[in-house]
Design a protein around this ligand. Structure first.
Ligand code: NAI
Ligand code: MG
Length: 372
């Protein structure tokens, strides 16, 4: 039987609630598709930090490295200074595991309310590939004349051919499995040095993918096109900072925090990739069963695709979309069922099989990219 080792980091607040729901769905997928997972739960997050003073330790990194994938809930607490956990755990994990890409599907599923008037599911199915290791987020920056009003701050952006090529190549491979269209999103007219490097990498890598059509959009224009005409995009590749911003806009289109999923992909086969809903620990609703588990379940589907379990991945995506379509509201009491009940419903639908709610599953495209 195929088997995968899985590190589970439920975290804080609603993190453990949505992770429990996702694991119920994983149990159902394993039964139906005949594979197994060996799971290790790792206590990381605000609660663990407040109790032990421990963030991500060397020992945890070594332990996590031995796994095939990491399923992450969410971390954070009002009792911890902002930035401590983000840097000490989330960014530290992405760095330690050399997770080259942040993958963010932007798909509006049928029946899911979107704030964009007139937007229909057929028009909204794209993927944003965000370079995850450099740009403005890697350089330390510097300040001179600190503590005075003569202070000068420098915050540079690092762009290496190596990392940009790795992200762009992955984006081409994904586009080749989809509708064959790749858009570079940047600001080449102002950030001319970094922009030229990205454009040259796009051209050089593009020679290996003659069937993929390419396009370019400035990041500011992207913020207009994305909500108005998302059908223009299939795969979008962009740098770390622009990606951080446009992916949140993308999440709005598809129904927001409860629905959006992400993967941090390691592409060299030496460390695990990590999959997480984009929302945080939501302390305002924690403990009430009011968190939507869809984002966590769709992240699980991405994980299954990444592990090569394409059929299971597509089934989990479809089951989640099916349950989402029947929800009277996407969050809170109005969901009509608790986080746990929704997880069980999605699991039930995975077990039953039935007609796919979703065609052209990104999750199974991902499985094909990873196995190629
Ligand atoms: P948040 O994402 O936790 O919550 C924002 C709003 O969305 C809240 O009203 C919350 O109730 C709602 N919400 C979040 N997830 C939901 C779900 N699954 N279903 C329904 N509603 C949901 O962001 P916030 O409040 O800014 O941050 C809370 C804590 O989470 C902070 O400590 C922050 O640092 C941390 N955080 C952690 C992240 C991570 O672990 N990757 C990402 C974002 C924030
Ligand atoms: Mg962000």
């Amino acid at each position: 039987m195929r088997s995968h080792t899985l590190a589970v980091l439920p975290g804080d607040g609603v993190g453990p609630e949505v992770t429990e729901a996702a694991l119920t769905v994983l149990d159902a997928a394993q039964e139906r598709f005949g594979f197994s997972t060996a799971r290790t739960e790792v206590p990381l997050g605000a609660e663990h930090y407040l109790r032990t003073g421990e963030l991500l330790t060397e020992q945890m990194v070594a332990e996590l490295r031995t796994h095939d994938a990491i399923l992450f809930g969410a971390i954070g607490s009002p009792d911890v200074t902002p930035g401590v956990l983000e840097r000490g755990i989330i960014l530290a994990l992405r760095g330690a595991m050399r997770q080259a890409i942040n993958l963010r599907p932007v798909r509006l599923y049928p029946g899911v309310p979107t704030p964009i008037a007139g937007l229909t599911p057929e028009r909204c199915d794209l993927v944003i590939v965000r370079e995850n290791t450099e740009g403005a987020y890697v350089a330390q920056g510097s300040t001179v004349h600190r503590g005075t009003t003569s202070r000068v701050a420098v915050q540079e952006s690092i762009n290496t051919w190596f990392a940009v090529e790795r992200a762009v190549d992955f984006a081409y491979r994904l586009a080749a499995q989809r509708r064959g269209r790749l858009t570079l999103c940047h600001k080449t007219n102002v950030l001319v040095e970094a922009g030229a490097l990205w454009v040259d990498v796009m051209k050089a890598v593009g020679e290996r993918y003659p069937d993929v059509e390419t396009d370019y959009v400035h990041v500011d224009a992207m913020c207009m096109h994305l909500p108005v005409s998302p059908e223009r995009f299939d795969v979008v590749v962009t740098d770390n900072l622009f990606g951080d911003i446009v992916t949140d806009l993308g999440a709005v289109l598809q129904g927001g925090l409860g629905v959006a999923a992400s993967g941090n992909l390691h592409l060299d086969g030496q460390a695990p990739s990590m999959f997480e809903p984009i929302h945080g620990s939501a302390p305002d609703i924690a403990g009430r069963g009011w968190a939507n588990p869809a984002g966590a379940c769709l992240s699980l589907a991405l994980m299954l695709g990444h592990l090569g379990e394409g059929e299971a991945a597509a089934a989990v995506e479809s089951a989640t979309a099916g349950v989402l379509a029947g929800m009277p509201a996407l969050a809170g009491e109005g969901m009509g069922a608790s986080t746990r009940e929704l997880g069980e419903r999605i699991a039930g639908s995975v077990r039953e099989g039935g007609a796919p709610v979703v065609e052209n599953s990104l999750m199974s495209q991902l499985a094909r990219v990873m196995s190629a």
